[in-house]
Design a protein around this ligand. Structure first.
Ligand code: SAM
Length: 239
């Protein structure tokens, strides 16, 4: 069922600036004040980040490579990318998320206990919804954002991200195969008043078709699952 009137994006933005920000900052952080479900999601998500870093570095060093991190959240991917020397452009629809990412990047990249060599380039952080992004990047990455897009909007979103990428596009999404299982858990992912935020699952075939329509093909795939976290990871390249 699709949102009547299509106010999804505003709802998502409001959520990730408020209760969603509080919740996901904890999940994506390192503090102990998480429950079992949140801890499980934290572990699953960090595996996704690890997999992406491996996919990217397997193709060669990231030093000087331009990367767009669309929907960057608290910077879980942007920061390790910068540590590898990538030139990162990170953006998110939520100003709260962007501020947190920027704060964490400063702490992690430029403290004296972390003297990285060569010195990393501070990611360029920006509050922006991904439809408004422009420019060209070697690589575009968009992790765990498609869950906020119904399939009817996902095609255009994927096409837009592909248009920004010169060599690679990496996407993660909640696969539709786990549909019923996940439905039961949506309540745990988005508790309380934020239940208004829907979780959309995507069939791999639909994502693949969206990529093919704009001349891209899937080169690598991965599946990351824990008890409460499911992500399909795809790396696409121009066909
Ligand atoms: N990519 C990050 C990561 O994996 O650590 C964050 C994932 S979090 C589940 C989803 C993020 O997508 C939130 O920070 C949210 O604000 C952002 N988001 C949702 N819709 C967006 C849109 N249309 N444009 C930009 N960011 C969006």
């Amino acid at each position: 069922a699709e949102e009547v009137g299509g106010g999804d994006k505003e709802v998502v933005k409001e959520y990730f600036n408020n209760s969603g920000f509080q919740r996901w900052r904890k999940i994506y952080g390192e503090t102990d004040d998480v429950n079992k479900v949140q801890l499980d999601i934290r572990i699953g998500h960090s595996k996704t980040v690890e997999n992406v870093m491996k996919m990217l570095t397997d193709e060669g060093p990231l030093q000087g490579v331009t990367v767009c991190d669309a929907g960057c959240g608290t910077g879980c991917l942007s920061i390790p990318l910068a540590k590898e020397g990538a030139i990162v452009s990170a953006s998110d629809i939520s100003a709260a998320m962007v501020a947190e990412a920027e704060k964490q990047a400063k702490e992690e990249l430029f403290t004296s206990k972390n003297e990285l060599s060569p010195a990393p380039v501070m990611p360029k952080f920006e509050v922006n919804d991904l439809e408004s992004l422009d420019g060209k990047y070697d690589t575009v990455v968009c992790l765990d954002v498609l869950i906020h897009y119904p399939q009817s909007k996902a095609d255009a979103m994927i096409a837009h991200l592909a248009s920004l990428a010169e060599n690679r596009l990496i996407l993660s999404f909640a696969p539709k195969t786990f549909y019923y299982d996940l439905l039961k858990r949506v309540g745990e992912l988005f508790p309380g008043p934020s239940k208004a935020t829907r979780a959309y699952l995507h069939a791999e075939a639909d994502v693949e078709r969206a990529l093919q329509k704009v001349g891209w093909r899937i080169r690598k795939k991965g599946l990351i699952t824990t008890q409460f976290y499911f992500a399909k990871l795809v790396e696409a390249v121009p066909a």
